[in-house]
Design a binder for this molecule. Structure first.
Ligand SMILES: [Mg+2]
Length: 141
């Protein structure tokens, strides 16, 4: 069985594209599909969002569903801190530094990979940094 790892959705994998009234797509981070392809050979991928189920399902339908057969939304787990033990994953990749700070109290911080938020200054400056950050921990063979 492959080790389980979780990804956050918004500002981690990318961001929604909207027109004036509704969500019309999802803009993936640079290098996203290539990274997910590599990771899914070694890991079982889980999506964990704090948005509601209907939103998560809508975004998954824009091409992410094949990578994430298992997903959690706010409707499934209504918690302001993402505890990796709750969904039994080895790592969480997220743009929210707060999760890692809390994880420190439980000695779990090395299992939280925090990447610069999509659209942030750091991301724009070095768009492929997140791939390097994740690969260094999860794709070393
Ligand atoms: Mg996020």
């Amino acid at each position: 069985m492959k080790p389980r790892i979780a990804f956050d959705l918004d500002e981690t994998l990318g961001a929604t594209i909207t027109d004036s009234t509704s969500i019309i797509g999802f803009c993936l981070r640079e290098g996203c599909i290539e990274l997910l392809e590599k990771l899914q050979k070694k890991y079982y991928l889980v999506l964990w969002s704090v948005s509601n189920r209907s939103y998560v399902d809508k975004i998954l339908s824009f091409g992410l569903k094949k990578y994430f057969r298992e997903s959690y939304s706010w409707d499934d787990i209504s918690s302001s801190w993402k505890n990796i033990r709750e969904i039994d994953v080895k790592f969480l990749i997220d743009d929210n530094e707060y999760y890692k700070e809390i994880a420190q109290q439980y000695g779990l911080d090395s299992q939280y990979i925090i990447i610069p938020p999509f659209g942030s200054h750091e991301y724009i400056k070095t768009p492929m940094l997140w791939v390097k950050q994740i690969a260094e921990i999860l794709l070393k063979s």
